[in-house]
Ligand binder design. Structure first.
Ligand SMILES: Nc1ncnc2c1ncn2[C@@H]1O[C@H](COP(=O)(O)OP(=O)(O)O)[C@@H](O)[C@H]1O
Ligand SMILES: O=C(O)C[C@@H](O)[C@H](O)C(=O)COP(=O)(O)O
Length: 338
């Protein structure tokens, strides 16, 4: 059980908003200067999370814009083939382009991404793309913070959150801070904070919360303090992630859950956050307590970092259960209710 109330009689479980993009993942290991081939996948953090939950069996939809080009059509076809409702994904006619993420895998643990986001189409969705009737149809929405980086998607996100609150649609917020999309840390912190105040569940890495709180001294980091700050607003559940060290979840009622990691030999490091969020949101929407939901998220992340892609590799629930079972008895993970 958890403390979120999902409205019944809604035909959609989750609507994600914002970035529909393309990942071009290096096929060869090594510096990108020397990479010659890349594999194309659907990308964009909210798109990856939407794929993750739909593969786990949730009925999901998307609000956003794609470019009127081959990449835009690739994205729409991918959503369609994944059973995601794309009726609120608009084809943008301004000439804006699909955001591209090139990934570099120097070694399985030394990876980076290079984003091409000049005139990115995912920041072009506007208030008119956010329909009250659509938000009302869903039990929850998912915001990814990058959509706050510029107008008009910034205002569209705030409008969606207000409509969600009006209709008791749960708001998940994945901070998803991509520095190069923003002008300054100060601007970022302001918009992130304004949005965080309005959300039910906030998920971010320790570094992302440091940005939000403008903390530059690691000695001042304190997960308990961070979590409690947002409970004074609207948050019911807070998640603070620490990479391969694990994560913590807090509830407004004062419970703290520790989520450990399923150790694997990774193929690359990226994709962990999106798969974790997908498994975690799915778990909460099944009514599981945050500890169990984190376990699903961590297992999903381990599966995805062991694969070449993010979106294509998102597991179904049977794969997650089989994966968790492998660890039974070995105590390689331990979700404690403390
Ligand atoms: N190398 C890894 N091996 C196994 N699980 C991982 C690894 N890195 C991250 N994870 C899992 O994914 C979760 C989220 O990862 P994290 O790196 O904190 O997110 P992000 O990708 O957003 O930075 C972690 O809490 C952990 O459960
Ligand atoms: O979000 C993007 O635009 C890029 C993603 O598609 C990419 O796969 C990635 O960086 C995943 O991020 P993570 O899950 O936070 O590691």
């Amino acid at each position: 059980m958890n403390n979120l109330v999902f409205q019944k009689n809604r035909d959609l479980d989750l609507i994600a908003l914002g970035r529909l993009a393309v990942d071009l993942n290096a096929n060869e290991m090594g510096p990108m200067e020397e990479t010659s081939t890349f594999s194309k996948y659907l990308g964009g953090s909210p798109a990856n999370i939407c794929i993750a939950v739909s593969r786990l069996g949730l009925k999901s939809g998307f609000i956003g814009r794609v470019a009127d080009d081959q990449f835009g059509r690739f994205i729409i076809n991918y959503l369609k083939d994944s059973g995601i409702d794309y009726s609120n994904v608009t084809v943008d006619e301004s000439g804006a382009k699909t955001g591209l993420t090139f990934t570099e895998i120097k070694s399985p643990t030394d990876c980076s991404i290079l984003m091409y986001r000049y005139n990115a189409v995912d920041l072009k969705f506007d208030i008119c793309d956010v329909k009250e009737e659509y938000i009302k149809r869903s039990k929850a929405i998912l915001i990814s913070g990058t959509a706050l980086a510029a107008s008009p998607s910034r205002e569209a996100v705030f409008a969606a959150v207000e409509l969600a609150r009006k209709h008791k649609t749960v708001v998940f917020f994945d901070i998803d801070y991509r520095p190069y999309t923003w002008k300054s840390v100060e601007e970022t912190a302001i918009y992130y904070s304004l949005l965080a105040e309005r959300c039910d569940v906030i998920i971010g890495t320790r570094e992302e919360f440091d940005m939000l709180e403008m903390i530059s001294d690691p000695d001042n980091e304190d997960d308990d303090v961070t979590a409690n700050k947002w409970f004074d607003y609207n948050a019911k559940i807070m998640v603070i992630k620490h990479g391969k060290e694990g994560s913590y979840a807090y509830t407004a009622e004062g419970k703290k859950y520790t989520g450990a990691v399923f150790p694997v030999i990774p193929v690359k490091t990226f994709g962990a956050g999106d798969s974790y969020a997908g498994g975690f949101i799915y778990g909460l929407m099944q009514g599981y307590d945050p500890g169990k939901a984190m376990e699903l998220g961590a297992a999903s992340a381990s599966i995805v970092v062991s694969s070449h892609s993010c979106s294509d590799a998102m597991p179904d629930i049977n794969k997650i259960h089989r994966f968790i079972k492998q660890y039974d008895g070995e105590k390689s993970y331990d979700v404690k209710n403390i």
